[in-house]
Design a protein around this ligand. Structure first.
Ligand code: 5GP
Length: 205
């Protein structure tokens, strides 16, 4: 029996900041870290697999899960419901497996409120302009959806200072190394965070 509990990492970022690619690299290179699979009412995109990317559920199923208290947190993101499942996380943490929650800022705030032990990381995009470019070129969303996502992104950037760590993703390798440092050593080089906070404040001014 393994008595050591796994650690919970909460990673949030505006859509298009490169969060998914960074998380996928971490998952590919570290054995003892798994991604939390959330439930969502959003329809699967091409290539997305039930139980691997999300548990895709109807509004009715999502609301039943909510009533059963199945979620650590849940929120409406870009017009759809998303929720982190207690059972999914607890099973892994109790086995000593570390878990990454890829969630939005609302979800992070709710997890913080629960008092559950966690380490939070906010991924900062290189600039608002670059974020827009990334959203347009990945071609996943319509123009309206991109506009909503950009508005939400600015709101989310304003909350970045509430996280334990901020990582600027203007260079993938560097951002990856910074996250690895946080995961393994529980810290990022002090100056990095100071610089990242300055970049963030400039971006919002
Ligand atoms: P997407 O639809 O592009 O997969 O995800 C949209 C946003 O929802 C992303 O920012 C993602 O991190 C967030 N998200 C995914 N799962 C959850 C969840 O369980 N809870 C919350 N609050 N946000 C989530």
């Amino acid at each position: 029996m393994n008595n050591r509990k796994g650690k919970l990492f909460v990673v949030a970022a505006p859509s298009g900041a490169g969060k998914s690619s960074l998380i996928q690299s971490i998952l590919a290179n570290f054995e003892n870290i798994e991604l939390s699979i959330s439930a969502t009412t959003r329809s699967p995109r091409e290539g997305e697999v039930e139980g691997k990317h999300y548990f895709f559920v109807t509004e009715k199923e999502f609301n039943s899960l909510k009533e059963e208290d199945a979620f650590i947190e849940c929120a409406i993101v870009h017009n759809y419901q998303y929720g982190t499942l207690h059972k999914y996380i607890d099973e892994r943490l109790n086995k000593g497996i570390n878990v990454i929650c890829d969630i939005d800022v609302q979800g992070f705030k709710l997890i913080k409120k629960t008092g559950i032990d966690h380490i939070s990381i906010f991924i900062i995009p290189p600039s608002i302009e670059e974020l827009e470019k990334r959203l347009l070129t990945r071609g996943l969303d319509s123009e309206n959806v991109i506009d909503t996502r950009l508005e939400n992104a600015k709101e989310e950037l304003r909350c970045a200072e509430e996280f334990d760590y901020r990582v600027l993703n203007d260079n993938f390798e560097q951002a990856y190394e910074e996250i690895v440092n946080i995961i393994i050593n529980g810290k990022s080089p002090k100056n990095n965070d100071k610089i990242n906070i300055k970049i963030l404040r400039d971006m919002l001014s």
